[in-house]
Design a protein around this ligand. Structure first.
Ligand SMILES: Nc1ncnc2c1ncn2[C@@H]1O[C@H](COP(=O)(O)OP(=O)(O)O)[C@@H](O)[C@H]1O
Ligand SMILES: O=P(O)(O)OC[C@H](O)CO
Length: 501
């Protein structure tokens, strides 16, 4: 029989990617396109939904063409996406009513403060597993309804649809036939009750969001529908959906409770599988849905860091210390240690476990002896310290000690950073050969739904390790470093003045 492939569409914050995987879980073709980031005001981040779609569909076509196959050779499509990013469009014309408001956007921080002042934090947390923060979709949806002329009226008349990026892509892939999402994406909206697995009526009332705009919530692995024939000259089943961090957890095959992964991309996202019961965090982590497959919901604890690789981007494009991101490694190697310099990369506030939208970045401990090598090292270490904070919170919440952390994402190619990460953790950091675990997770979810793979056991054998980083640093040096980091974080919290909030 002719070989078939699974097409994974990975719609990320800075680029749209399409990858063809074969039955061995190997990448056989990749296409990628960056697209425009819009920063209309300080703290605001938007994308053009039409550009999200056009970039995604063009890379899908390119990946298929590069391999020299056609739509007929694709067994299924899996979709994975930047989460929380919010789009509202017209049900009739499919025209977006406003740009996509991106997860990093802080415009609703003040509104979140008002809700906190009303004492709503705990109730929202119990229902959704989330912190009351501008990061999630709910307050972004409300902002569009309240601020774009005519939109609330049209929403109340049932004329509009809301979706996260997965929902938008499936709407476009099916020419408006399907308005769906999966549980992992729904669990990031601040509108979904992770215990009842329904949109929450009380929260919809609180945020004043009409239920008619919400998509239908499905499992993460099932056949939702087929692509319109005009796109790939044939219909292809769409059979997997997961938010990108949950997809990476699945792609890393962290399918048992206590298994965890961290993705070092634009941000850093640490997720631990907690099994079929939600674990409510006492340490400012999120409780989120990992996936639903074969009728069973799996939960995860998550720590989200807003600026990970983005700090490296700033060193490259803002401070212009290096030409490329990988160059940070050689520059950092020009010095034996950080020389007392700490970079807290709170460039868009701090996520877990601090949740301070008003923190700002700081480079501290600079002396006349500080070189660009120290700054580069402090940047890479600053990313690793943030993940260290997440691990400490996760150990406390889950009771799991001496994790073994599976890592992925573009920035985990940096060996110096991974070694430092293992050093301060005091346990092993394991890097797989395929760093595209997000797309792989989406491919697995789709492939399992159409019987391309029989079950998870069949795909376990596909995991190949590239390198294991083992802790080497002396305990007293670790303690000294961590104490410097804590001091530095303390200096940048709540930095923004009251009148600028
Ligand atoms: N060798 C490296 N060292 C440090 N950072 C890197 C390296 N390679 C890539 N990065 C950083 O990783 C990020 C890209 O990772 P990626 O997983 O593609 O991100 P995303 O999916 O969030 O767009 C960028 O922020 C880039 O600066
Ligand atoms: O697109 P990424 O890889 O930066 O991931 C973004 C996250 O899903 C935001 O929660």
């Amino acid at each position: 029989m002719k070989e078939k492939f699974i097409l994974a569409l990975d719609q990320g914050t800075t680029s749209s990617r399409a990858i063809l995987f074969n039955h061995g879980g190997e990448i056989t073709s990749v296409a990628q396109r960056d697209y425009t980031q819009h920063f209309p005001k300080p703290g605001w981040v938007e994308h053009d939904p039409e550009e999200i779609w056009s970039s995604q569909i063009s890379v899908a076509a390119e990946a298929i063409a590069k391999k020299g196959v056609s739509g007929l050779d694709i067994a299924a499509i899996g979709i994975t996406n930047q989460r929380e990013t919010t789009i509202i469009w017209d049900r009739e014309t499919s025209e977006p009513v406003y740009n996509a408001i991106v997860w990093q956007d802080r415009r609703t921080a003040k509104y979140c403060d008002e809700l906190k002042a009303q004492g709503l934090t705990q109730e929202i947390r119990e229902k959704t597993g989330l912190i009351l923060d501008a990061y999630f979709s709910g307050t972004k949806v409300k902002w569009i309804l309240d601020n774009v002329p005519g939109v609330r009226e049209r929403a109340e008349q049932g004329k509009l649809c809301f979706g996260t990026v997965d929902t938008w892509l499936i709407w476009k892939l099916t020419f408006g036939k399907m308005h769906v999402t999966d549980v992992s994406n729904a669990s990031r909206t601040l509108l979904f009750n992770i215990h009842t697995m329904q949109w929450d009526e009380d929260l919809l009332k609180l945020f004043n969001i009409p239920k008619s705009i919400l998509p239908e919530v499905k499992q993460s692995s099932e056949i939702y529908g087929e692509t319109s024939t005009t796109l790939f000259s044939t219909k292809i089943p769409i059979a997997g959906i997961a938010g990108d961090q949950q997809a990476a957890l699945f792609g890393q095959l962290c399918d048992k409770p206590g298994m965890a992964k961290n993705t070092y991309g634009t941000g850093c996202f640490l997720l631990m599988n907690t099994g079929e019961k939600p674990v409510m965090s006492k340490n400012n982590l999120l409780t989120t849905i990992a996936w639903k497959i074969n009728g069973k919901t799996h939960y995860a604890l998550e720590g989200s860091v807003f600026v990970g690789g983005a700090a490296v981007q700033w060193i490259r494009d803002g401070a212009k210390l290096v030409k490329t991101s990988p160059d940070t490694e050689n520059l950092a190697k020009t010095v034996p240690d950080n020389g007392g310099v700490y970079f807290v990369p709170a460039l868009t506030g701090l996520g877990a476990p601090y949740w301070d939208p008003y923190a700002r970045g700081g480079i501290l401990g600079i002396t006349r002896g500080t070189t660009d090598g120290h700054i580069a090292r402090a940047t890479l270490e600053g990313i690793a310290y943030q993940v260290y904070d997440l691990v400490k919170a996760m150990e406390a919440d889950s009771g799991v000690k001496d994790l073994e952390l599976r890592v992925d994402g573009g920035a985990c190619a940096n060996n110096l950073m991974m070694q430092f990460q293992a050093d301060i953790f005091g346990f092993n950091v394991v890097r797989p050969k395929t760093l595209e675990t997000t797309a792989l997770g989406a491919a697995y979810l789709a492939g399992l739904a159409v019987g391309y793979w029989k079950n998870i056991d069949e795909i376990q054998s596909q995991r190949v390790i590239d390198r294991v980083f083992k802790p080497e640093m002396k305990a007293e040096d670790v303690a000294h470093n961590i104490s410097g980091w804590k001091k530095a974080v303390g200096r940048v919290l709540n930095w923004v003045d009251e009148e600028d909030k």
